[in-house]
Design a protein around this ligand. Structure first.
Ligand code: KG4
Ligand code: ZN
Length: 338
């Protein structure tokens, strides 16, 4: 507690970012430190789990120390220690969980394990101090593409999900196919700005048009087939147009299904979360469509969309208020349902 505020220190290490943050009263960011491993994994064209774990181990203590320092607090001021304990790369998760447990044991502070996906949703509680559940949320990340209805701060109902690849996974795979490399999402985002989506049109996969499930595994093959057939015919491939065409196909499906879900449920608000919601075309298209439909759109700043520990602190705060602390047997899980 400092200045009458409840302080949560959180750690996030589920993939390739080692992050720690201090958040007051579940909503106000006092510090948000991220040590990214992008430059390290870039050479391999994707995240190498073993290398990620080693770097988490090296970085986690300095990152936690900086988060406390930036917030101007010490561990004794902290009221709660939160940590992502799934889903994610198991070797990466255990570094964060072991660190959080050690800090909790040494300081006597309560410990709470957080589902990374509730963390993503909670980035909106930081961005919008007045936002409260229930609401419909489109969660689009590297491992998830779901439409959920948050029924309160700590639980949800899944309305629809991808049946195969997540949207972020499709971005990453297609980036590899067209030679843009890792990290695929931001690279396609930038490249697509220089292309024309009308020049290369890829099939939109609706599955059941009235349903809320997604499928993004086919589009990688679609892009691959297009690139191969153009090259075989002796034509040069405009990577910018392919990036733009691919992105438009993904964005159109995400926008239509999310808006359809909000309307079908009789709601008037849509929340977005996860790394792909940092995508500039998705943000623009969703904002435009929501404006037309009279839907209020909640969209965190780009830095809060991708992995960070402030969102984990917010989710930990609400989980602790509802369920109390976890004990020191807290484990990490590669797969963890909502
Ligand atoms: O939420 P996140 O940081 O980590 C997971 O929980 O998965 O999401 C990472 C995913 C990656 O697939 C990445 O390519 C994608 O989000 N991503 C983007 C953008 N920034 C990150 N996709 C499209 N456009 C972006 N600007
Ligand atoms: Zn994430």
């Amino acid at each position: 507690m400092k200045d009458g505020r409840f302080l949560t220190l959180a750690i996030e290490s589920s993939c390739d970012e080692t992050a720690a943050a201090v958040v007051a009263d579940g909503r106000v960011v006092l510090s948000n430190v991220i040590s990214s491993q992008i430059a390290i994994h870039e050479a391999y064209g994707g995240v190498v789990p073993e290398i990620a774990s080693r770097h988490h181990l090296e970085n986690v203590n300095p990152v936690v120390a900086r988060a406390l320092g930036d917030a101007g607090v010490t561990l004794s001021d902290v009221d709660l220690i939160g940590v992502t304990n799934g889903p994610g790369l198991i070797g990466a998760l255990v570094i964060g969980v072991a660190t959080a447990k050690a800090l909790a044991l040494a300081s006597g502070k309560p410990l709470v394990g957080v589902n990374h996906m509730y963390g993503h949703v909670s980035s909106n509680f930081i961005q919008y101090p007045e936002l409260e559940p229930p609401f419909v949320c489109l969660v689009v990340s590297g491992g998830h593409t779901d439409i959920i209805e948050m029924t309160d701060y700590t639980s949800c109902r899944v309305i629809g999900s991808t049946r195969d690849d997540a949207a972020g996974e499709a971005y990453d795979k297609v980036a590899r196919v067209i030679g843009l490399g890792y990290p695929g999402g931001p690279k396609i985002d930038a490249c697509a700005k220089l292309g024309d989506p009308e020049n290369v049109r890829f099939k939109r996969v609706w599955l059941d048009k009235d349903g809320f499930d997604f499928s993004f595994s086919g589009i990688k093959t679609g892009v691959l087939n297009y690139v191969n057939s153009e090259r075989q015919a002796g034509r040069s491939v405009c990577v910018e147009d392919v990036a733009a065409g691919f992105q438009e196909a993904v964005v159109e499906v995400l926008v239509e299904k999310a808006v359809h879900a909000v309307k079908s449920l009789g709601r008037d608000r849509l929340v977005m979360a996860g790394g792909v919601s940092a995508n500039s075309r998705l943000r623009e298209a969703m904002a435009e469509r929501c404006r037309k439909e009279g839907i209020e759109l909640f969209l965190p700043d780009k830095a809060l969309c991708t992995d960070n520990a402030a969102m984990i602190a917010s989710a930990a705060y609400y989980r602790y208020r509802k369920y109390g602390p976890d004990d020191l047997t807290l484990d990490a899980f590669a797969n963890m349902p909502y």
